[in-house]
Design a protein around this ligand. Structure first.
Ligand SMILES: *[C@@H]1O[C@H](CO)[C@@H](O)[C@H](O)[C@H]1NC(C)=O
Ligand SMILES: *[C@@H]1O[C@H](CO)[C@@H](O)[C@H](O)[C@H]1NC(C)=O
Length: 341
């Protein structure tokens, strides 16, 4: 029963990955699935999905991560560097150009993980992978390997985004200023899943890894996988073939590598990483049956309507090409007369 449900969850999850925003007929099917699964799964999920931090847990629970005190961060002279690596493909290099012109220019270093070289986009890295959705997990592994070999010393934090993500780098910087970049951490919007106690970070709004997190992934997980048939250990759930949902798979591996998934919400416990479009987050993700996945599997309780999203939001997902410029204007261009901005 549990195994069946886990598989079912994975399948439903993959549907979400395929950007299946359910419409018309699909919407109806989604609706029925949503109702049935909500009924079926609510029992199963309540217990494993709101885990109490157990004593023998190796990974440090989020609330125990030592925050840098304001004093320490004031003293910190060195400004942390953020490398942004955006997953893209040859078909969407035009979108990559838009990212480069908008939020991407505020990263200390910007790379586009693609599969070909492009003279008009020198930041594009030709990774040796097939550019298919099914292969996304393989592409992420190649990207991490590439970062490890070529850029590990170029940054303190490594932010992974999709090419339909918009990130607010100033707010990311502020969030990160509370954490110690020398620790094994990752940050982002957390989903829950029976296979990963601390939750896993959504790939859509992106996740941030520290150097030591990448080092562990490459030096331990990828290295070991070569002599243990794609697995971290005999009883490991960290599977390193190329298929399956990328962010869940990475989350499972990171937990086994003792990399802590940090609570990235703001001081009012509101999400800073928005895994669905801003419109969807604001206008009804809690009512719309199409968003049952978000509702059911969000690691933390979600807030409604205008309260959905932190005023210090760090990232938005499902941002259309033209919206990259619209967000840019609304965040950096628009001025209010009476606030002297
Ligand atoms: C950050 O973490 C490293 C490694 O755990 C530790 O050596 C260092 O003292 C920490 N720095 C601060 C400012 O807390
Ligand atoms: C994680 O931490 C535990 C306990 O500290 C340790 O036994 C285990 O080897 C660590 N795993 C990895 C992959 O470093």
């Amino acid at each position: 029963m549990t195994r069946m449900n886990t598989r079912y969850l994975l399948e439903m999850y993959q549907r979400r990955l395929c950007h299946c925003i359910l419409l018309s007929r699909k919407f109806l099917i989604g609706f029925v699935f949503g109702i049935v699964s909500t009924l079926l799964l609510s029992k199963l999920l309540v217990s494993p999905c709101h885990p109490q931090p157990s004593v023998e847990q190796d990974v440090l629970p989020s609330h125990q991560i030592p925050l840098l005190t304001s004093k320490v961060s004031e003293v910190k002279k060195k400004r942390d560097r953020i490398l942004c690596w955006v997953i893209t493909s040859p078909q969407t290099h035009s979108r990559a150009q838009l990212i480069k012109q908008t939020w991407g220019k505020r990263c200390d270093k910007l790379l586009f993980m693609s599969s070909i070289k492009d003279n008009t986009l020198p930041e594009a890295i030709p990774l040796p992978v097939d550019d298919t959705y099914a292969n996304l997990w393989g592409k992420t592994q190649e990207a991490l390997k590439y970062l490890y070999h070529h850029h590990l010393d170029d940054a303190d934090w490594f932010y992974k985004a999709d090419d339909d993500t918009y990130a607010v780098m100033e707010n990311m910087r502020h969030l990160l200023s509370h954490f110690n970049a020398s620790m094994p951490l990752h940050l982002g919007f957390k989903y829950q899943h029976p296979k990963v106690q601390q939750g896993f970070t959504s790939g859509g709004s992106g996740y941030i890894l520290t150097k030591v997190a990448i080092r562990r992934f490459v030096e331990t997980a990828l290295a070991r996988s070569r002599n243990s048939r794609g697995k971290l250990a005999t009883n490991s759930q960290c599977v390193l073939d190329h298929q399956g949902p990328e962010d869940l798979n990475l989350g499972i591996c990171l937990e086994e590598l003792n990399v802590t998934a940090v609570d990235s919400r703001d001081e009012r416990k509101v999400e800073r990483f928005l895994p669905w479009s801003l419109e969807d987050m604001i206008c009804g993700h809690l009512k719309n049956p199409g968003f049952w996945y978000l509702r059911e599997f969000s690691y933390y309780p979600l807030k409604q309507d205008m309260k959905c999203c932190s005023p210090h939001a760090v990232a938005f997902h499902y941002v259309k090409d033209y919206q990259l410029k619209v967000y840019e204007y609304l965040i950096y261009g628009l001025r209010l007369y009476d606030q002297g901005r």
